[in-house]
Design a protein around this ligand. Structure first.
Ligand code: 26W
Length: 818
């Protein structure tokens, strides 16, 4: 069409393709008489965005008109994955997009390559936040996500000579039109400074925090469309901007370079995501990030609330704040500060409001992951907040002493401040005391919180603790990532499963249908071939799509026990070499995942896997039976490729350590069989897919505790299991690193002299025997496919729609607004 025939989008009697072309010319300023991938991509993004914005503004208007209660979901991490495909799907624009691209000799598959993935999270916690945002929009909830617009997401992982190398992830270098900057939504955020005291008219002592440094928080909005329901929510990501006045004052003083340097250090706050999901780094910048986004978010919430002209005690009737881990827990003293110092409420009134407003989700029991901040640091950076924390603690401990008179030890155990040479604020205690709800993320995890980690608190606040087993969104983790299977499902079940995943249970009636099983297997094979092509292209290794695809992808951590997996692979390798005529089902073992840059042991394990892979893949005796693949830079996009192509899902954490896991759910939903320990959500997955359709092995949580109490000696397993000994001795030699026999001595030592803290050796034999069973059962294709179908059929419960509904009923008391 000639240019003058295009109407500006908004009038909306134009097609998606017409709008895309319009945007190529008028928004991007590029010739739209021909398109390449990049232009088609960006044009489509803007055309899709227009449609979301119309719906979003209508939805916001409705929230105000209906006086809805709002949910604020505070998370330092979000991992949404690529947007284009999911947004087209949710808005029902897929066909229009295909037509448009087809007219220009392009395909959706090609142009989504143009999109870069926002890696604004480390792993499970960030991805969970994104699944929940998807479900909240699909359920039509008045909900807002809040976080930080990091300039650099989680590092890009490269593998060089077998080692992880971290590269910066400059995901915004081309800009992202999925993110709309809102330069007028701007709040000043204070750091450092001093606290002044004054007496108000009633003679009450008041506090006023002033001075210090100001940084501006600027909003950037990301949009989350519900699935075909006309609903669109948003995630507001704060970006740090220099405070004008500050820069100007030094500028006028003639210190030009100094003023620019100030500007640079202010912007540092939102520069980069901390890449650790185990031990907190304890850096001032991290605490600054936490306070920065929390303070801006509380301002935004109070700004909206004030428009309603309601008394303060209605704040918790009109709002609820969910804290994703303790990372945003500083919101509690921040809201106290606003109510006390700015709104001049009394302590009791302000505290009552906070305790009705906040709810806290715990995602980890690893002691080293529980956040604490030095009192000295908070005193300096946030002096008023430290005063408030002391006062919260004083009043709390007074109550504790009153109610538990015969337990003089209790106050120090539950105190918000830990004693010792360096006093620290326990953020989990602050979050528990300041919230009306504390939840774990799987049955076992919540039980452990109640029995062990927060046992003292369960007696103080018996009704506060509850479980919300995690869930995943079926839109991205089935409909989007597994198109062949989605077609098959919709053909037999209709398409309601997309928003009501429990429909999948009807698949149980189809397991005996030979033709259906055949189609099921074909879907799986299609997905496996696609993955094999990717591996060929990226790693240059040919894998057999008929081999068992056995996959372990997740962050590298000792408790997740990638080591157990590679030990088994080495013993398999030894066995094949000993029996060259062995009759076994060929296996492809696939690994992926990042190690925190400062976590040396995790990096050593990555190196070991890559060295074993090099040896195994090039050995002519084993090549046809065994391949080991490490896929670099595991992220959401790669997960979407792997999950539907996996036969065996490795979920093998030391029992009691994995709070829930959500990868386990993605694989089982797509018909993979799980080999796993009785940990986290694995237990609940087992209950729902049935004992015969999951391979659970090894020590359970109670047995892990008991063995540790009895005294666990890994040497015994080394001495008594010759196969295992052979494997460990190989690691402790130069077998995988010719000429260097100490490359893996840290691993060997940790497993033996180090006491094997995650009990890898204790579970080794059970793991190997379970793998033997899997290998046998896989060959019986009918049996295996039936089990695969039974997995998908049993996974309806693990939809994030179910999880979010449980949060609504049990914690948030919200009304869907559709
Ligand atoms: C401060 C350092 C830090 C950063 C992140 C400590 C801990 C974290 C997260 C809690 C780590 C995390 O992602 N935990 C995972 O949360 C998932 C969602 O609930 C669970 O499924 C995983 O089992 C849990 O490890």
């Amino acid at each position: 069409k000639p240019l003058d025939e295009f109407e500006a989008p908004g009038a909306r009697n134009s097609t998606l393709g017409e709008d895309a072309l319009w945007h190529v010319l008028y928004s991007l300023g590029q010739d739209n008489t021909y398109l390449n991938k990049r232009k088609a991509y960006w044009g489509l993004v803007l055309a899709v965005r227009d449609r979301m914005l119309e719906k979003w503004t209508a939805v916001q208007r409705k929230y105000y008109a209906n006086d809805d209660k709002r949910l604020y979901y505070l998370s330092l991490e979000f991992l949404p994955g690529k947007f284009l495909r999911g947004n087209l799907l949710a808005l029902g624009l897929e066909n229009e997009a295909h037509e448009f691209l087809h007219e220009h000799d392009l395909s959706l598959d090609e142009i989504v390559d143009e999109e870069c993935e926002p890696g604004l999270g480390n792993g499970g916690l960030g991805r969970l936040a994104s699944c929940y945002m998807d479900s909240m929009a699909t359920l039509g909830l008045p909900a807002y996500g809040y976080g930080i617009r990091y300039s650099y997401g989680l590092f890009r992982q490269e593998i060089r000579n077998g080692h992880q190398v971290e590269q910066p992830d400059n995901w915004l270098h081309e800009g992202s039109h999925w993110l709309i900057p809102r330069p007028h939504n701007l709040f000043p955020i204070r750091f450092y400074g001093t606290v002044n005291e004054w007496l108000d008219d009633d003679g009450m002592l008041r506090h006023d925090w002033r001075g210090g440094d100001l940084v501006m928080a600027m909003a950037n909005d990301m949009y989350v469309p519900g699935y075909r329901n006309g609903h669109v929510n948003s995630i507001r990501l704060w970006e740090a901007r220099p405070h004008k006045e500050f820069v100007l004052s030094s500028f006028n003083a003639g210190d030009y370079i100094g003023s620019v340097q100030e500007k640079i250090s202010d912007e540092n706050i939102s520069m980069v995501l901390y890449p650790s999901d185990d031990a907190p780094e304890g850096k001032t910048l991290r605490l600054k990030q936490q306070y920065f986004f929390v303070a801006a978010t509380m301002r935004d919430m109070v700004r909206r609330f004030k428009k309603l002209n309601k008394p303060w005690d209605q704040l918790p009737e009109k709002n609820v704040v969910q804290l994703n881990e303790t990372h945003p827990a500083i919101a509690i003293p921040e809201l106290m500060r606003m109510l006390l110092d700015e709104e001049l409420l009394g302590w009791e009134e302000a505290w009552c409001i906070c305790q009705k407003l906040f709810a806290y989700t715990n995602h980890t029991i690893l002691p080293e992951a529980l956040e604490t901040w030095p009192v000295k640091l908070i005193e300096r950076l946030l002096p008023r907040h430290m005063q408030i924390i002391y006062e919260i603690n004083r009043r709390f401990l007074e109550e504790v002493r009153l109610h538990f008179r015969d337990e003089p030890e209790l106050p120090s155990r539950v105190s918000l401040i830990s004693a010792g040479p360096e006093q620290r604020v326990r953020m989990s205690h602050l979050a528990i005391v300041g919230s009306f709800s504390v939840n774990g993320v799987s049955s076992l995890h919540t039980q452990i919180l109640k029995d062990r980690v927060f046992h003292d608190f369960i007696r103080i606040f018996p009704d506060r603790f509850n479980n919300k087993t995690n869930g995943i969104t079926p839109r991205r983790w089935l409909r989007q990532c597994n198109v062949p299977l989605s077609w098959l499902l919709s053909e037999h079940l209709g398409c309601n499963w997309i928003t009501d995943l429990t429909q999948l249970k009807k698949l149980r009636e189809l397991v005996d249908d030979v033709e259906f099983r055949h189609d099921w297997e074909q879907c799986r094979l299609t997905n496996k071939k696609r993955l094999a092509d990717y591996i060929e292209k990226v790693n240059g290794i040919t894998v057999n799509p008929h081999s068992i695809f056995d996959v372990q992808v997740k962050r590298f951590h000792e408790y997740k026990r990638q080591l157990l997996n590679i030990l088994h692979i080495i013993s398999l390798y030894n066995n094949i070499r000993r029996n060259p005529d062995v009759k076994m089902q060929p296996c492809t073992f696939i690994f992926g995942g990042k190690a925190a840059p400062s976590y040396q042991m995790a990096k050593d394990i990555i190196y070991l896997i890559n060295c074993v892979a090099r040896r195994v893949n090039s050995d002519p005796h084993t090549r046809n039976f065994l391949k080991v693949i490490f896929l670099a830079n595991y992220n959401v996009s790669l997960a979407q490729l792997l999950v539907p192509a996996t036969d065996v899902s490795e979920q093998i954490s030391t029992a009691g350590y994995e709070a829930s896991g959500t990868g386990n759910m993605k694989f089982a939903l797509n018909g993979a069989l799980t080999i796993g320990t009785r940990d986290g959500a694995n237990i609940e997955i087992g209950e729902r897919v049935g004992d015969g359709n999951i391979y659970l092995f090894g020590l359970c949580e109670k047995e892990v505790l008991a063995l540790r109490r009895r005294g666990y000696d890994p040497w015994e397993f080394y001495k008594n299991d010759s196969e295992l000994r052979e494997v460990l001795d190989m690691i402790n030699s130069d077998q995988f690193t010719p000429g260097d026999s100490t490359a893996f001595s840290s691993i060997f030592n940790s497993l033996l002299t180090g006491g094997d803290p995650f009990m890898v050796l204790a579970d080794y034999r059970a793991y190997v025997e379970t793998h033997k069973r899997i290998s046998h059962e896989y060959v019986d294709r009918d049996l295996w496919i039936k089990k695969s179908i039974m997995n998908t059929a049993g996974m309806g419960y693990f939809s994030s729609d179910r999880a979010v509904k449980e949060y609504i009923d049990g914690i948030w008391s919200l009304e869907p607004d559709v």
